[in-house]
Design a protein around this ligand. Structure first.
Ligand SMILES: Cc1ncc(COP(=O)(O)O)c(C=O)c1O
Length: 350
């Protein structure tokens, strides 16, 4: 967990080893924590530091991310002690900040350090790293003009991501909501996404699929979507109509390489990858449909609006693409950044 407030000091100073165990202050006990619980925390709130007690992960009500949804976030996987594709997630965070007109509160290198040290403090080898940049704390008006500076928050959720049963596949429904144009920014306003997910769950499905104002398929509330055509082409909707997913980007790159080299035999039948618009009807008639995300991997879609996709068991190419992406995540390479556990935990190196 990390950094509720960013002040003037050198960010290096913030990341001290945890202080000796401290009694929980009264206001945290009042917030519902067990009265006899103790915790390592440094320094006291409000703070620039890392806490391993979720009760101390404070966000202020006057933060514009809270009361106006003015901010951006990003989520990336931590696999076997490495952060996967950190730089593309930081690129997207910086791009999103620019688009929502929030000046990053720290340099890219400093943000990288916050992420790595917070990941190390989790002492977990696998998990999900979540980052938020908000417009900052202001005066409750819609304008952020009174926000002194942006706030950066980072949380690490240890353990494997919530069980995604890729083998069983997912059933999707077309959302009745038309996706709003700001969907290409990972903003802290995911109201549409939450409502579409609830709509799917009400219909007994696993998730929903959005369409844009012209009726073309865009994406799911937290994943990109792709189809495999009868001609064996993997097709994503254009990334200027969806969130530019880092998982989809990497998968496209791997497919291009595999199609050229023909090394991954399970991908026989796949002729290439493309970006173009397609309708719900075209998607439902496709040979295969899949959902793609950096933290969820590749999930076969087995049914759409109650009708099976293909034979309803998940496509062969989809399963092979899932294995290809998984292999890339599990094999340390250029996209992997080792978590410096030794910094706080003496678990290993650095
Ligand atoms: C709306 C939306 N589309 C697509 C994605 C997939 O992005 P990534 O592959 O970078 O996880 C996400 C991720 O959370 C998302 O929220």
């Amino acid at each position: 967990m990390g950094d509720p407030e960013v002040g003037e000091r050198n960010p290096r100073e913030s990341f001290h080893p945890p202080a000796p165990r401290t009694r929980l202050p009264a206001q945290v006990r009042a917030a519902g924590c067990a009265p006899d619980r103790t915790m390592p925390v440094s320094p006291p709130l409000p703070c620039r530091g890392i806490t391993t007690n979720p009760a101390f992960m404070m966000v202020h009500i006057d933060d514009h991310a809270v009361h106006r949804g003015h901010g951006v976030f990003d989520t990336l996987p931590m696999c076997n002690g490495h952060l996967y594709d950190l730089d593309h997630h930081l690129d997207r965070l910086a791009d999103g900040c620019e688009r929502v007109r929030v000046a990053l509160p720290l340099s890219r290198e400093e943000i990288r350090r916050v992420v790595l040290h917070t990941a190390a403090a989790s002492k977990s080898m696998d998990g999900t790293v979540r980052l938020w940049v908000s417009a900052g704390r202001g005066d409750f008006s819609v304008s952020p003009r009174d926000c002194a500076r942006a706030c950066l928050y980072c949380a690490v959720v240890p353990g494997k991501p919530r069980g995604v049963d890729a083998e069983a596949g997912w059933r999707v429904v077309t959302s009745g909501l038309r996706q709003a144009p700001m969907n290409t920014v990972k903003s802290t306003n995911y109201l549409q996404n939450a409502l579409a997910q609830m709509e799917a769950e009400d219909a007994g499905a696993d998730t929903a699929v959005f369409t844009d104002a012209a009726g073309f398929v865009t994406e799911a509330p937290i994943m990109n979507l792709a189809i495999v055509t009868d001609a064996g082409e993997l097709v994503f909707p254009p990334f200027d109509t969806t969130l530019p997913g880092t998982g989809a980007r990497r998968l496209s790159e791997l497919v291009r390489r595999e199609v050229d080299e023909r090394a991954f035999h399970a991908l026989e039948g796949l002729s290439g990858v493309a970006e173009r618009q397609f309708t719900v009807e075209e998607a439902r008639a496709a040979a295969e449909v899949m959902l793609v995300g950096s933290t969820t991997g590749v999930i076969p879609v087995t049914a759409w609006d109650g009708a099976p996709i293909g034979d309803g068991t998940g496509g062969k190419i989809t399963v092979a693409l899932g294995a290809l992406l998984r292999q890339d995540m599990d094999t340390p390479g250029d996209l992997h950044t080792e978590v410096p556990y030794g910094y706080l935990t003496a678990m290993r190196g650095l």
